[in-house]
Design a protein around this ligand. Structure first.
Ligand code: XMP
Length: 326
């Protein structure tokens, strides 16, 4: 008896009642939750909403274009993209420690989001309306996990892009607070969002930055982006998107091994494939992918991606391994 049409109508009413004629901002990550919550708020209040997308350079191939083109085309949302690629690379220079990377990425995300927000506020103040509302894609399981409280102090840092700062003085708009993931996907579909966005597998906020074991550089990001795109394309082509929870592709940037290719010796880096099956990411098993699919991915990556001469498969469950390598 759950009916997404009713939920949409009800949430639109609530959002309108909460926001009135004020302006509202939203941070889009490319993920399902922020995409659907933003689309719902847009349906409710139209151009009172501005969505902000921070391109930190740690995105997968085509991700920015998917948000800028497909998402905007299907929703009509007013979007500001912040090109922060240089800023993030500079901040990450020389850093290999996973926790350090996460902290830096979170901090830089906040900086770029705040800068975008300040510009908007400055613009808004001209017509006397400072921005007071912030959209968050909080789901019901997140509410339960965080103790059911409300308010800015409760914004979780793990699952949102980098985590928004707790001292951002916004009133939160959280239209997905009573919903589960599959319901959110259904609402996204009913709102006309592309399947590539609503059907998206989980992807960590710190992005490819925590899938390079070693220092993050522009060069390494390019290599990993290419390898990741090949793995994703082949898994989709084989119809396996629903078999796997997600498949991190990891670059072991500080490891080299000897290989032979064409008429010579190579000394390149390995790529790790980490396909996992899971219900909720708390525990996971490695997915038994068909050998021919693994073989195709391996051949393509070693042939098409420069500096990669070996592809290895991670056969560790969680626990003891985590899904991500960092
Ligand atoms: P782990 O590696 O802890 O990952 O087994 C569990 C799930 O969480 C995702 N993940 C993140 N998502 N920000 C996110 O939004 C993060 O910092 C982050 N770290 C891990 C991971 O992809 C998996 O789905």
């Amino acid at each position: 008896d759950w009916n997404s049409g009713n939920v949409i109508a009800e949430q639109v009413e609530r959002i309108r009642a909460q926001i009135g004629h004020a302006r509202v901002i939203s941070a889009l990550s490319g993920g399902v939750d922020s995409a659907v919550s933003t689309a719902l708020v847009h349906k409710a209040v139209g151009d009172q909403l501005t969505a902000i997308f921070v391109d930190h350079g740690l995105l997968r191939k085509g991700e920015r274009e998917q948000v800028e083109n497909d998402y905007v085309a299907s929703t009509g949302v007013r979007l500001i993209t912040i090109d922060a690629r240089e800023q993030f690379l500079n901040a990450l220079a020389g850093v290999s420690d996973p926790e350090q990377k996460r902290k830096i990425i979170g901090r830089e995300f906040i900086r770029s989001f705040e800068a975008a927000e300040r510009d908007l506020v400055a613009e808004a103040k001209a017509d006397g309306e400072p921005i007071r509302f912030l959209v968050q894609g909080t789901l019901y399981p997140d509410v339960v996990e965080s103790g059911g409280g409300t308010g800015a102090a409760n914004i979780k840092s793990h699952h949102n892009v980098g985590g928004l700062p707790e001292d951002l003085q916004f009133e939160l708009v959280e239209p997905l607070r009573t919903l589960f993931k599959d319901e959110v996907r259904q609402i996204g579909r009913d709102l006309g969002l592309p399947e590539a966005i609503v059907g998206r597998q989980p992807f960590p906020g710190p992005g490819l930055g925590i899938r390079i074991v070693g220092e993050v550089t522009a060069d390494r990001l390019e290599i990993l982006r290419d390898a990741d795109a090949i793995a994703r394309a082949e898994l989709s082509a084989a119809g396996l998107d629903n078999e796997i929870w997600q498949c991190p592709v990891v670059l072991l940037a500080d490891v080299r091994s000897v290989g032979v290719q064409g008429d010579g010796r190579t000394y390149g880096h390995p790529i790790v494939l980490r396909p996992v099956s899971s219900e909720d990411a708390m525990t996971a098993d490695w997915t038994r992918l068909p050998y021919d699919v693994l073989s195709k991915i391996s051949n393509r990556i070693t042939n098409e991606v420069r500096d990669i001469n070996r592809v290895v498969l991670d056969v560790t469950s969680k626990p003891p391994g985590t899904i991500e390598w960092e």
